[in-house]
Design a protein around this ligand. Structure first.
Ligand SMILES: [Zn+2]
Length: 445
């Protein structure tokens, strides 16, 4: 057994526990400097700020960011094509760039996210701070099982290494191999997606591995899907593994993780000294009330290789600045409720797959797997939800379906045809789960 050692509770106590006013002052100072850097060194930002009639000099408060123009994924793609290879949002000479990650997104054209040496070091220090807040310590043996190939999540392992944990750069190996590594080295922490954590646990159990006795995994970091912030999903993974699950949020165009859960697991502490957050109503672009859902728009505060000013993420989120039990004072992401692209509008009501997932995972007569099918019949939207009864369920399917449909209606306002399937019928997702078939356009696939 590993010895437990007394450690300080924070990675950077002065920063992490400073009063909210100090956060605001720090962010304003960083924002002013960063906007000047963008304006002075990136041809794109100089032209776009000039065209919008805004200048970094006029920024006196954090709200002044709202006068600056938006960018989005398409901006990155277009500017990269116009000025290859990295686009003219870049604000440093290429010789200063030491690392790029790339993400392809739905259109298949990869966009690159460049880092200077200082950007990279600051990022890794942030990752270490975030891991520390989730309880990872130098005594841990950490297996990083995310993709390393161009993926911004790969280098996050260096944050665990910087913190002093023994770090195993496992990557996306087959599940038997990952389980073998976990067993051989008695790994205490891993990072994967929520659906893969579930799949891996189920696979291990099927292979006769006792997750709590044969393995030493006590912490599972998850990211990439909403599941980690859905308490029902997290608790099911925790019960399966006998481990603690921490949700993380990353963005391919900024950092591998930009937020993560502390031991309180009451939202994800945000990298507030690196990234300024706005939460805007997607139609009006006005800020929503604290705690309300809106589109997350981000502005980097330090990343000098390619500043991101008002980047529309398409992620629907909510935030809180209420005090956290851990003593950290940064704002907390209360979860990514879905992507604007994933939001289904069914007979005028908004539905996110994550809402359905929460209900499916809560009912222990169900396996927790689900699929949504949306069709148009006689000009009306019809939602079918397929769920699986658990192998031990001995009641009537009609009762299960009725119960599920009633909960869905009361939580989301959406009515659905609920189909109960036998256990292990729906396809098991390994990495990013695809659980929605919108057949209304007739081109799904
Ligand atoms: Zn906390």
């Amino acid at each position: 057994m590993l010895m437990s050692t007394q450690h300080r509770p924070y990675w950077d106590e002065a920063l992490e526990t400073q009063p909210r006013e100090d956060w605001a002052a720090l962010k304003l100072q960083l924002l002013q400097k960063h906007l000047h850097h963008a304006y002075n060194n990136s041809p794109y930002y100089r032209a776009s700020f000039d065209a919008a009639g805004v200048h970094p000099e006029s920024v006196r408060s954090l709200d002044d960011i709202r006068r600056f123009p938006f960018i989005n994924k398409q901006t990155l793609r277009e500017r990269q094509l116009a000025v290859p290879p990295f686009g003219d949002l870049v604000a440093v000479p290429e010789r200063d760039i030491v690392y790029i990650s790339a993400s392809s997104g739905s259109t298949g054209v990869p966009t690159a996210s460049p880092f200077t040496a200082q950007d990279f070091d600051e990022w890794i220090d942030y990752e270490a701070r975030q891991f520390w807040s989730s309880g990872l310590r130098p005594e841990d043996r950490y297996a990083h099982s995310l993709n390393f190939s161009l993926f911004v999540g790969g280098p996050c392992v260096l944050g665990a290494q910087k913190l002093g944990a023994l770090s195993i750069h496992a990557g996306t190996v087959p599940s038997e191999r990952l389980l073998a590594i976990a067993k051989q080295f008695q790994v205490t922490a891993i990072w994967t997606t929520p659906s893969y954590a579930w799949y891996l646990g189920e696979t291990a159990v099927k292979e006769g591995i006792d997750l709590k006795k044969d393995l030493a995994i006590r912490r599972i970091f998850v990211a990439g899907e909403p599941g980690g912030s859905i308490p029902e999903t997290r608790q099911r993974i925790e019960a399966l593994w006998g481990a603690s699950v921490y949700d993380y949020y990353g963005l391919s165009d900024i950092f591998g993780s930009c937020a993560g859960m502390c031991e309180e697991k009451d939202g994800l502490h945000w990298a507030e000294d690196h990234i300024l957050v706005e939460v805007l109503h997607p139609d009006t672009n006005e800020p929503v009330e604290e705690g309300a859902r809106g589109e997350m728009v981000l502005t980097t505060l330090k990343k000098s290789a390619r500043p991101m000013v008002r980047f529309r993420t398409g992620d629907i989120v909510s935030f809180t600045s209420e005090p956290c039990g851990c003593g950290r004072t940064s704002i907390r992401l209360q979860g990514v409720h879905g992507r604007l692209d994933d939001m289904l509008i069914i007979k005028g009501a908004n539905l996110f797959p994550s809402d359905v997932e929460a209900i499916a995972r809560r009912d222990h007569d169900l396996t927790g797997e689900y699929r949504l099918i949306v069709e148009r019949q006689n000009h009306l939207d019809v939602l079918t939800v397929e769920v699986e009864r658990s192998a031990t369920f001995s009641g009537r399917d009609e009762d299960l379906a009725h119960h599920f449909g009633r909960q869905l209606k009361s939580i989301t306002g959406v009515s659905a045809v609920v189909k109960i399937l036998p256990a292990d019928t729906l396809p098991r997702a390994t990495h990013k789960a695809r659980r929605v078939e919108d057949r209304r356009s007739g081109v799904w696939g």
